[in-house]
Design a protein around this ligand. Structure first.
Ligand code: HSE
Length: 408
């Protein structure tokens, strides 16, 4: 039997307004927004004043409100709202990936303590229903990897730069104007946002809570016109790929741009679309594609969570309870193309296995296998760009004797 729900909404930006719209277009869902708490006073808003409040207590202390829908930008304030809502016996729906990634383990325990669910399908890859699928459909499959395009803004920028020859700055401005980018777009272009999403998916795929700062991320903001030319000349494109793989009792994760063959399924995922590939030992590879950012696609994922609450759905964190004793590790290697201009910033000794290099138009490129920690080191050093090689896989590091190389 479905319940009637009264909602208290925090935030009325891009996703909040999208939710409002999709909720009113969806007949048959028994849910109604009672109050919307917003921060900025005297801002023109498309709804009458009566529904808005500036006091969080008007929602958090209202006994009539069953569900708090948290859609604000500020991760720290969002966590306080989620905690208080649970303490006050309310279910929560949120799309705040940063807040979730930073507090997921605590939120898991708070749900158990207060007996109320927190649902967050809208936090990962917008409209793609991945978390509930990992919880329900893949509850017993032995998943070996999950990977894909987890950020709409950067995929939009890369598409516009590659296919329409737009400049990086213009493409970023468009992504901001369309409401895809974060209010601090460095979270998108430096690959923090897809890392937060990967952190959340690792918990639901492998049952491991990992701190987001433990996962290495390298952004798209250092990609040069020479990298683009190299890609085009070789029948490649560049995509920002987030991935987590299981090898033995370890989970390895990485977010970094990668050269992708034009025949690869992910090369056809363009603009703000996202994609998730789940690889199971028995089912093998399955690809989910859908809009990963934007008002209505994300609003529709939030709506689906609200709908799930009408029949008391909650995440059971099934992989966590399977007690697989997996731990997160960065002790792995991957095949990269590193480039820099000007002074020599990278040496052959940085590679576990150096495969060669070339020089052109003042840019130096070096290719080979490096440890993941080397990518972290390079991400902190200005002037070095890293793009994973076509077909690169993250593999557990095994100590091998370094070979002697000549640098052509
Ligand atoms: N900034 C995010 C993106 C929004 O571009 O994917 C959706 O999470």
């Amino acid at each position: 039997m479905r319940k009637n729900l009264k909602l208290g909404l925090f935030g009325f930006g891009c996703v909040g307004q999208g939710l409002y719209h999709v909720l009113h277009e969806t007949k048959g869902l028994k849910a109604e927004i009672k109050k919307i708490c917003v921060k900025t006073k005297n801002k023109p808003r498309p709804l009458g004043e009566d529904i808005f409040t500036f006091l969080k207590e008007d929602i958090l202390l209202d006994p009539e409100i069953d569900v708090v829908v948290e859609l604000i930008d500020d991760a720290a304030a969002a966590f306080e709202i989620v905690k208080t809502a649970l303490q006050n016996g309310k279910a929560v729906v949120t799309a705040n990936k940063r807040m979730l990634a930073e507090h997921l383990e605590e939120i898991y325990h708070l749900q158990k303590k207060y007996g109320k669910p927190v649902l967050y399908e809208g936090s990962v890859c917008g409209s793609i229903p991945i978390i509930r699928n990992l919880e329900e459909y893949y509850d017993n499959d032995l998943i070996s990897s999950i990977e894909g395009i987890f950020n709409g803004s950067t995929n939009y920028i890369l598409t516009k730069v590659f296919e329409e020859r737009k400049t990086y700055d213009d493409a970023l401005k468009q992504a901001q104007a369309l409401g895809f980018a974060e209010s601090d777009p460095s979270l998108d272009v430096k690959a923090f946002d897809p890392k937060f999403k990967l952190t959340i998916l690792i918990a639901h795929t492998f049952g491991v809570f990992v701190r987001p700062e433990n996962i290495i991320n390298f952004g798209i903001d250092r990609i040069s016109s020479l990298d683009l030319k190299y890609a085009k000349d070789h029948g490649l494109t560049i995509k920002l790929i987030a991935r987590a793989i299981k090898a033995g009792d370890k989970i390895y994760g990485l977010v970094a741009p990668q050269f992708i063959e034009n025949t690869h399924p992910l090369s056809a995922v363009r603009n703000e679309f996202n994609a998730v590939t789940v690889e199971g030992v028995f089912a093998e590879k399955q690809l989910f594609v859908g809009k990963g950012a934007g008002s209505f696609p994300t609003g529709s994922a939030v709506l689906s969570d609200i709908s799930a609450l009408t029949y008391d759905y909650r995440y059971e964190y099934k992989k966590l309870h399977q007690k697989n004793h997996l731990t997160f590790s960065n002790d792995a290697t991957v095949d990269v193309v590193v480039s820099f201009t000007g002074p020599v910033l990278v040496s052959i000794a940085d590679f576990e296995k150096f495969k060669g290099g070339f020089q052109g138009n003042d840019q130096q490129n070096m290719q080979g296998i490096v440890k993941l920690e080397k990518i972290r080191e390079w991400s902190l050093q200005e002037g070095i760009n890293v793009i994973l090689a076509p077909g690169a896989v993250v593999a557990p590091w095994v100590s091998v004797e370094r070979e002697a190389f000549t640098y052509a």
